[in-house]
Design a protein around this ligand. Sequence first.
Ligand SMILES: [Zn+2]
Length: 544
Amino acid sequence: MKTLISSTFQSITLFLLCICQQAGAQHATVASPIDVQHYKFTLTLSDATNAIKGKTTIRFKFTRPATSFMLDLTSSKGTRGMLVSAVTYQKNALKFEHHNNQLKVLLPKQAAKGSTYEVDISYEGVPMDGLIISKNSYGDRTFFGDNWPNRAHHWLPVVDHPSDKATCEFIVIAPAHYKVVANGLLKKVQKLATGQLLTHWYQSILIPTKVMVIGAAKFAVQKVGKYKGVEVSSWVFEQDKQKGFKKYAPALDILKLFSQKIGAFPYEKLASVQSKTRYGGMENASCIFYYEASARNNSSIQSLIAHEIAHQWFGNSATEKEWTHIWLSEGFATYMAHVYNEQKYGRHKLVERMKSDRAKVMNYARQTKKPIMNSLPANLNSLLDANAYQKGSWVLHMLRYVTGDKAFWQGIRTYYKTYRGKNAETAGLQQIMEQASGKKLDWFFKQWLYQPGQPTLRANWSYDASNQQLRLTIQQTQNIAYGLFEMPLDISIQSKQGSKPVVKRMYLKKQKEQVITFPLQQAPSAVTLDPNTWVLMKSIVTSK
Ligand SMILES: [Zn+2]
């Protein structure tokens, strides 16, 4: 999600993030005594008004005995928000209260723990946010869900938190000139007697509300191909179809590459959709939305596509249980996009991207001095920072270095297999990586996720000709607030003959100063720390 494309785009996005801070601060009903199993969303869209009519059937289980339960749904305020007309259970009306964006439904008698209920909620109104009804650059009217982080409740009654995943279906009734796309598989498209078109999509695999969406516009649709039964398609505005189809086509190869590297694609289809999302891309499950100009501009969007497709495994399928673990979503998607570049163009491309990310991480660390794992901010949009994305990606890169390529990829596959369709936490990843590598990784996770910053190493080397020895003194000179670091570290020693440098591995100890010696027959011409770019650090090397 939310990979930013250019500085212009970034400033627009930041502006949007600013005006929507309130959205992030909404309180989720995660404490509600229910576990939602399935949402059936029926929505009527119109050209005459921005008001939508909704009927949602929610099937859920009580997690404890209760006489009421809560859902998130934006209350009606002025001309916007949702007005609930009825809540029914087995066709009997239930009492409800709808205040402060929370819908409290009262039951006639206590529900037992574990009992399953199916309740219908009828409502209508103009969405305050979440379902963006606007016009595209061609002046055509469009409807796009844009739920991240918890903006689904502006148009859908839900438990708006990533820990309550559910299956869902969208039955959308809209004027017939729209094509409608949503999560899951297309069940039905039917012309109604009213002249409207009914489109029914069914998502049979559990997903969080942040990625439950519809898109309705004058789309041109292209079937790109299939990989292991998963159909890949492109949905672009009719005017952009020539260029747009070409730009979205790499999705098929990217899906194939990640399926081979990580495990089976989690969903039933993959649609790439030109949209009006506020983000560069939004990883909606099996129905990725890209920023409008992506289908027609001259910017390469392959890395963006790779990022959003990687989210299908990480974020959508293996979903962070709490927002504070967002790096399990953004850090993974960022690193997997780099891995895609590595596979396609070679390791130099990975290194180039890691170096670019390193600069962002260091710049951010200077400003904030916050670790990746931090307390929950009031504004969830502030979670979209260099810690979640670039530093999270660097953590995976270093994990690959520390555990070795084979164990790392085995661990990634096991992590996905274990948390597929479920919720994950950082400790679960650590446990799996320890099993895969046979190494204790407490120190690694603590240092890189719970400690801020990164090391700055000042190294000085000298050559002792009489003893034929290279002596290296390394000092950790980073900001004292970051603490000290330990890490395996490669040292490259270049001999005077200009022959191939010799790479030796040492262990950087968690101490201010460390002296190590290497036997060496001739004085070197150059000594480099971390020649293959595996460690998030800054280094300055001098010689006596
Ligand atoms: Zn992302």
